[in-house]
Design a protein around this ligand. Structure first.
Ligand SMILES: *[C@@H]1O[C@H](CO)[C@@H](O)[C@H](O)[C@H]1NC(C)=O
Ligand SMILES: *[C@@H]1O[C@H](CO)[C@@H](O)[C@H](O)[C@H]1NC(C)=O
Ligand SMILES: *[C@@H]1O[C@H](CO)[C@@H](O)[C@H](O)[C@H]1NC(C)=O
Length: 395
């Protein structure tokens, strides 16, 4: 089945999709990467944006966007895997960043190491130094979040901030709370959209992807590549070439996005897909993808498994599990029935392990999948009121 899927992608890419794609059938700005950045999209809907660089303790340079509002009410938005800050503004004025800004919040939108905006380091070069890519969501939680949070608290003078995370954008808060418990007090509440922690009950394509990661890892080892689905990687370019074709909606939407995240065509219409493709995926490390697959395969929320090196690194043959009892920050879990990645069963497992869950809600939109929380056409109707309710309660 996995090989079939790979075969399908390759066949379609090399023969069908591309040959159908004459010059007037492609989205040129996608192929030429002339896409608007966060600041430009926000400006189009009348929002002013400030850009900051935040340097982490281990010298990564992260881009942080700020839409100024009431400084006593800062909210930090964190994107998921191979995604970026753009995800929270792609829908223009019906995006979460715009909605929170209109509601008066001081909106900060972060970028974790390795993506389009945070592919920078004080002395490592992401194109030449493989060490740059030696990270997973562990380092994003352990280094990127504290640097980002402290920067915001310093700028605003607030003692704590609220946060909204999507997918792996929540996992990193769990890592932070478990590994640096003093940060629990700096977070008033984290609203977890499509939360990712345990991956014991993945469905369909996501489960196949997790089980084929070791195969992908082998291929990467042969080619020596450490960057995963970055803008200029072969896979990233191939994806844009295929899905940047106007005739590819069927294949890209149904064969890739819906197959992985759960199907909800009404919420990602054909006119909107090119916008998504122009901004997603936008890169992470192979190690991050492998770490995620380890969580799914071992059915344990653990640190990275270095195999024979575990003893040196952890003084234990198995990687230690993250201690969720130390994650004492308030957590609101907003999940979807049709989410094939963050399944209700796994969200419930998380709910039972966390000491301070203040809200658990299955979103009232039957087909709510793993992407609707950031890209859904009508998310401002069925999701944003739930987010605002929790924010008002705790900020
Ligand atoms: C976004 O685009 C604007 C306008 O071209 C530019 O000034 C700004 O530096 C860009 N920001 C980033 C993070 O790329
Ligand atoms: C977004 O902007 C359009 C056009 O200005 C407007 O009709 C619509 O009501 C706005 N939507 C929201 C959620 O603000
Ligand atoms: C390593 O683990 C052993 C057994 O759990 C323990 O006795 C020892 O003190 C640990 N060593 C270090 C350096 O933490």
């Amino acid at each position: 089945m996995t090989h079939e899927f790979v075969f399908l992608v390759l066949t379609c890419a090399i023969s069908g999709c591309l040959s159908q794609c004459s010059q007037n059938n492609v989205y040129k700005d996608i192929l030429e990467k002339k896409t608007l950045n966060f600041t430009q999209i926000a400006r189009q809907v009348g929002l002013a944006v400030e850009e900051y660089d935040v340097t982490t303790q281990d010298a990564y340079i992260l881009k942080l966007f700020h839409i100024p509002g009431d400084r006593t009410r800062p909210v930090l938005l964190m994107h998921g895997i191979i995604d970026s800050a753009d995800t929270f503004i792609l829908r223009g004025n019906t995006s979460l960043a715009a909605a929170l800004s209109r509601a008066g919040y001081d909106v900060w939108v972060g970028n974790t190491r390795g993506n389009r905006y945070s592919r920078r380091h004080v002395y490592l070069n992401p194109d030449d130094d493989v060490e740059f890519w030696d990270f997973s969501f562990h380092e994003q939680g352990f280094y990127d979040l504290p640097a980002t949070i402290d920067f915001i608290l310093d700028q605003t003078g607030a003692a704590a901030l609220s946060a909204v995370g999507h997918s792996q954008g929540n996992t990193i808060f769990l890592v932070l709370g478990a590994t640096k418990p003093e940060y629990n007090e700096k977070i008033k509440v984290i609203i977890a959209l499509s939360p990712i922690c345990f991956l014991n009950n993945l469905k369909n394509a996501p489960s196949l992807i997790v089980s084929s990661m070791s195969f992908v890892d082998q291929i990467f080892k042969i080619t020596g590549q450490e960057e995963f689905l970055g803008d200029d990687t072969l896979a990233g370019r191939l994806f844009r070439a295929v899905c940047g074709c106007k005739k590819s909606y069927g294949f890209c939407a149904h064969g890739i996005f819906f197959a992985i995240a759960g199907s909800d065509p009404e919420e990602m219409e054909s006119d909107f897909l090119p916008t998504v493709v122009a901004h997603y995926p936008t890169g992470t490390s192979k190690k991050n993808a492998v770490h995620v697959s380890q969580i799914g395969l071992k059915k344990k929320f653990s640190t990275y498994d270095y195999e024979w090196r575990n003893m040196d690194i952890y003084n234990s043959t198995t990687p230690p599990e993250y201690d969720l009892s130390k994650v004492t920050m308030r957590v609101a879990l907003l999940a979807g029935r049709n989410d094939q990645i963050s399944t209700l069963k796994d969200v419930e497992l998380l709910k039972n392990k966390l000491p301070n869950v203040v809200e658990y809600k299955v979103i009232n939109h039957k087909k709510f999948n793993h992407m609707d929380a950031v890209w859904g056409r009508n998310m401002y109707k069925y999701l944003f009121p739930e987010i605002l309710k929790v924010l008002v309660m705790f900020s």
